[in-house]
Design a protein around this ligand. Sequence first.
Ligand SMILES: [Fe+2]
Ligand SMILES: [Fe+2]
Length: 380
Amino acid sequence: MRRHPPVSIPRNLEAFAVDPDAAQIAWRGLPAGPIEVSCADTTVTVDSDGGPGAASLDNLPPSTKLKVRVAPSSGSHHQLDITTPALPPGERLARFATMSDLHLGSDKFGLIFKMREEAGVDVAHPMRCAVAAGREAQEWGAEQIVLKGDLTHHTRAEEWPQLEELVRGFSVPYLFTLGNHDRQPKKKGIDTDKGLANAGLDFAPVAHFDLPGIRILAADTSIPDKGHGTTTQITDEVCDLLRSSDRPVFLGIHHHLEQFALPWFWPPGIPTWEGVPFLNAIRSANPRLMVSCGHTHRNRAYVRKGVLISEVASPKDFPGVWGGYTVYESGITQTVRRVATPSAIAWTDKTRKAVGGIWSMWAPGYLDQRCFTYHWRTKK
Ligand SMILES: [Fe+2]
Ligand SMILES: [Fe+2]
């Protein structure tokens, strides 16, 4: 009789996403060959090259304690315990995805000591990771993709056609807004309007798109040649679109809203003297909303001035992610998924070593701040 190999929980295996009916399991390195990942009635097989990888499990039962079994073709089998949360009440209405901080045109990552790719790659990592993120988000079921700024690295002329190539490759509609890296005309790049026009991309400071059960806004908080953000130029139009919506609203912006009068970490976001009145104004205009931003390249979620705000990290540096949203009658769920395509996750997993390894602790955030359900508020 064949004995089962020993079961263990290696430190390099984690449930990166746990949603009401799905999960994503990620690992840093398992033996090369097919890896069978199973949970409840779902089994998927992923081909491993021996490096980092991830597998998505769908059709899991909500509100259930489950065991995930990870079985490489050789060596130990592994087991993880997960608990799926409840499904939000009401009908499921729509799905969309976000990406931010693509930094197309960048060739390195790090604060002081920069990590670079080995010479000779066909497609540089920012484009490789963004294309893979878009494809995986669409396979997940996104009906719309929202890009939340820092789409180019330095506003350089050659970076805008890369953005055009990326969005033209989407099979679903998209909205985009800009970040500080997209407005560096004097520092490093060209005039942003010229870059957008050369690439044939239509841009509006406040753009919106309605899906069943949700209005999606993308609004520009960037200031030319400045790293921090502002809400001055968008507040009135955002509030008008919030007021006129007969459905809840998802607002995508680039900069995070500072918690304190003095920023306590880099990069600086939207100062409190603008951010606090902005949050009060948008909550009054339509209390059924959530805000999501990028800029920090990390995953976080918190409620400030009665508004749920999430920060979602970049597809191109550790942990290398996109954000997914499922809209229900009663609320919205967020999931954050690692970009699992081998050529993307091989790079992003290396970048966990950035900033002397501190990046691996700073950027991923906690599971319950990546994957959560938010029930729409009814009171202002
Ligand atoms: Fe960025
Ligand atoms: Fe930024």
